[in-house]
Design a protein around this ligand. Structure first.
Ligand code: FEO
Length: 181
C-alpha cells in the first residue's frame, strides 16, 4: 500500500474485515436467489422466478455499494469466493422460509457492523450503514408477507398458482418503491 493511501486511510482494519465479510454475504445472497429463481422458472412459478431474478440483482447492488465504499475509504474490497450454492429446492414455501431465515442472518450481520462502527466512533461508516438497516427491515417484512400468503391462501388446488400470482404483485410493488428511493 503506498504512503498516500496509508496516510489517508480512514478505515480500521477490523472494520475493513467486517465490511468484506458483509460483501461476501451479499454476494452469497445474490447467488442463492439466482439459483432459486432458476428452480422456480423450471417448475413453472414464473412470477416467483421474476421476483427472485430481481432480488438477486438487488443483492448484487447491495454488494457493490459496500465494495465501492471500502475502496473509497482507503481499504481494499475483496472479490468474494462463493461455493456450495444449493441448486435444488423442495418447494416454493421452503424457498421463502429459507429467504426469511437468510435475511434475518443478514440483519444480524449488519447490526454487528453498525455496533462495531459506533463503538469505534467511525461515524462515517455508521452513517453509510443506515441505508442497510432500513433495507433489512423492508426485506424481512416482505419475506414475512410472502410466507403469510401460504397460510392465507393454502397450497391445495389452485392455491400455489394463486400464491405465485400474488408474489408477482408484491414483487412489482417492491420494485416501484425501490425505484422511488
Ligand atoms: Fe442485501 Fe437481502 O440482504
Amino acid at each position: 500500500m503506498n504512503e498516500f493511501i496509508t496516510k489517508n486511510r480512514s478505515l480500521l482494519l477490523e472494520t475493513e474485515e467486517l465490511l468484506n465479510k458483509q460483501i461476501k454475504l451479499e454476494a452469497v445472497s445474490s447467488a442463492i436467489y439466482l439459483s432459486m429463481a432458476s428452480w422456480c422458472e423450471i417448475k413453472g412459478y414464473q412470477n416467483s422466478s421474476n421476483f427472485l431474478y430481481a432480488h438477486s440483482e438487488e443483492e448484487k447492488m447491495h454488494m457493490m455499494k459496500l465494495f465501492r465504499y471500502v475502496n473509497e475509504a482507503g481499504g481494499h474490497a475483496l472479490q468474494p469466493e462463493i461455493s456450495g450454492v444449493p441448486l435444488k429446492f423442495t418447494s416454493l414455501r421452503k424457498i421463502f422460509e429459507q429467504i426469511l431465515e437468510h435475511e434475518i442472518e443478514v440483519t444480524k450481520s449488519i447490526h454487528t457492523l453498525v455496533d462495531h462502527c459506533f463503538s469505534n466512533k467511525d461515524f462515517t461508516t455508521f452513517n453509510f450503514l443506515q441505508w442497510y438497516v432500513t433495507e433489512q427491515r423492508e426485506e424481512e417484512t416482505l419475506a414475512r408477507r410472502i410466507l403469510e400468503l401460504f397460510d392465507i391462501i393454502g397450497e391445495e388446488g389452485l392455491g400455489l398458482w394463486t400464491i405465485d400470482q400474488e408474489i408477482g404483485k408484491l414483487g412489482a410493488g417492491n420494485a416501484s418503491s425501490a425505484t422511488a428511493v
